[in-house]
Design a protein around this ligand. Structure first.
Ligand SMILES: Nc1ncnc2c1ncn2[C@@H]1O[C@H](COP(=O)(O)OP(=O)(O)OP(=O)(O)O)[C@@H](O)[C@H]1O
Ligand SMILES: [Mg+2]
Length: 506
């Protein structure tokens, strides 16, 4: 007898890729009107599992039952026909088409045999309104920021009237207001009886949204627990040990100013931004999305131009808009959009890790390949990059492991001033701690670290000093002991003028 509330069931699924057992026996089931969270470390097999349901991969062994019936899902059309919609970790939209065209790709409404643009755009507008995003159906997807892309993906899934909605790390790129919106949508879908598979590395989201949790470790389902399970217990199930201290910041001796930014202005983008980062220091930059944080650090790194001001490393002014000059002076930037800016997807882990150092080494006329390989192996081990070997192509690494490679690349590069833009996005709780340890090592060795993060506990937990940006300006500065969530948020929503608010006690 099949249970009418059971939407799908997975039994003993296995999947092997060359050199990797990605899934080694996973059981999972989804019921009507529930949010079922998939939890696991980077590379545990979460994305691979949901790709069995979206038709992107077929299992080597095991069974998939949809509505009580054993089913084979070959390709996206099978999946769609079964009422399954998937929002991938890697977006799946076509950049040069409009928002409306993307939402209705392959299913455009027709009138007299022609695509009914008008209807398509009004329908899209209704869907976009429902997800609460302010974007024109006629905008090109290429022009959208990452959060809006996410919302368009959700609008698209809604248009499919799916009974099963799969979301692979949907909140990784969203701000807290956007997360609230997303949760409201997910809750209303759940009310309507939709079953939702939800992947996240943000543990606090589990109790807030989830009903049940399936924990996957090394390709196996190792437990199924209610979403009310305490976080430390979830961590233990997931990584196999408990984590004592999530933010293990060890203060280093503060040395001379390594990075000095003075009056940096890019008309219409950021204005009169000035700050210093000293050797041994971790300075956090908090702020709402759109406050101009990424734009400022890109200008500091020379990736974008600026109109006024100066950037100095150890007192020496850098040439404007010149990445090579910045790198030669010892600045490294781990970008927010790692996929687009940080990696060569069809090169190996080793090649990617060597990208920055190799450039320096060849310029000096010597390439120490053996040393390079050893260094790559060491950093990959330290960060726990899950891979078949250093020769594996980065494209086939899990999302979080790709991020570890970008971070590892810059950690290897002997930077004096390391700028991290959202460094732990998509990184599991255990691996985050490893990254924080490496930040400690860097500052202990005298480097200066500038860290943008929208994860407030992370900024507060790891920074020695916090700069808060709002509307393209620095709204204020908080010492570690006065930086609370409330203090940061108050500055983040303020309207700063040219005068920088003087830090307290000075
Ligand atoms: N096409 C592929 N070829 C080779 N290996 C692959 C391929 N796809 C996935 N893998 C491997 O399968 C394992 C599981 O990856 P998966 O993407 O499912 O992890 P994940 O749990 O989603 O991790 P994350 O939290 O980092 O997104 C990883 O070791 C990954 O390198
Ligand atoms: Mg994944």
């Amino acid at each position: 007898m099949s249970d009418p509330d059971e939407l799908l069931r997975i039994e003993g699924i296995r999947k092997t890729f060359p050199g990797v057992v990605a899934l080694d026996g996973v059981d999972f089931d989804l019921r009507r009107g529930e949010v079922h969270v998939l939890l696991g470390e980077n590379g545990a097999g979460k994305s691979t599992l949901i790709k069995m349901l979206s038709g992107a991969h077929t299992p080597d062994a095991g069974r998939i039952l949809v509505g009580g019936e054993e089913t084979r899902i070959h390709g996206a059309q099978d999946s769609e026909r079964l009422g399954i919609a998937t929002i991938y970790q890697e977006f799946n939209l076509v950049p040069d088409l409009t928002v409306a065209e993307n939402i209705f790709l392959g299913r455009q409404p027709r009138r007299f045999g022609m695509i009914d643009r008008k209807r398509m755009e009004t329908d899209a507008e209704v869907l976009l309104k429902r997800v609460g995003v302010d974007v024109s159906p006629r905008a090109r997807v290429r022009e959208l920021g990452i959060a809006r892309l996410q919302m368009v993906e959700i609008a698209k899934a809604l248009s499919l009237h799916a009974r099963v909605l799969i979301m692979d790390e949907p909140t990784a790129v969203l701000t807290s207001e956007e997360v609230d919106k997303l949760f409201a949508i997910v809750r209303s879908l759940r009310e309507d009886g939709v079953g939702i598979v939800f992947i996240t590395h943000h543990l606090e989201e589990i109790a807030a949204l989830g009903d049940r949790v399936t924990v996957i470790r090394d390709g196996r389902s190792v437990g199924q627990v209610p979403a009310t399970t305490p976080e430390d217990e979830l961590v233990r199930l997931m990584v196999g040990r408990s984590i004592e201290q999530q933010y293990p910041r060890e203060r280093a001796d503060k040395g001379a100013a390594l990075l000095t930014v003075e009056g940096l202005t890019r008309d219409g983008v950021f204005h009169d931004v000035g700050f210093e980062v000293h050797a041994g220091e971790v300075v956090g930059i908090a702020g709402l999305v759109g406050a101009g944080r990424t734009e400022v650090v890109r200008a500091v790194f020379g990736a974008d131009p600026y109109d006024k001001g100066a950037v100095k490393v150890a007192g020496t002014a850098l040439k404007r808009h010149d990445v090579n000059a910045a790198m030669a002076a010892g600045i490294g930037l781990i970008p927010e959009d790692r996929k687009g800016q940080g990696l060569v997807l069809d090169a190996s882990v080793e090649e990617n890790l060597g990208l920055v150092t190799l450039r320096g080494a060849t310029r000096a006329g010597l390439v120490d390949l053996k040393g390079q390989r050893e260094a790559a192996a060491r950093i990959a081990g330290q960060l726990g990059v899950r891979m078949a070997g250093l020769g594996q192509h980065v494209r086939t690494l899990s999302g979080g492991n790709q991020q570890k490679v970008v971070i590892g690349k810059w950690l290897l590069a002997d930077t004096r001033v390391l700028i991290l833009d959202e460094p732990t996005r998509g990184i599991d709780v255990g691996a985050k701690v490893e990254i924080y340890q490496l930040i400690n090592e860097l500052t202990a060795a005298g480097a200066a670290v500038l860290m943008i993060s929208s994860d407030l506990p992370e900024v507060l937990g790891m920074s020695d000093r916090v700069l808060v940006m709002a509307q393209g300006r620095i709204a204020g500065e908080l010492a570690a002991d006065e930086a609370t969530q409330d203090a940061v948020m108050a500055l983040a929503v303020s309207t700063p003028t040219t005068e920088v608010e003087a830090p307290r006690g000075r």
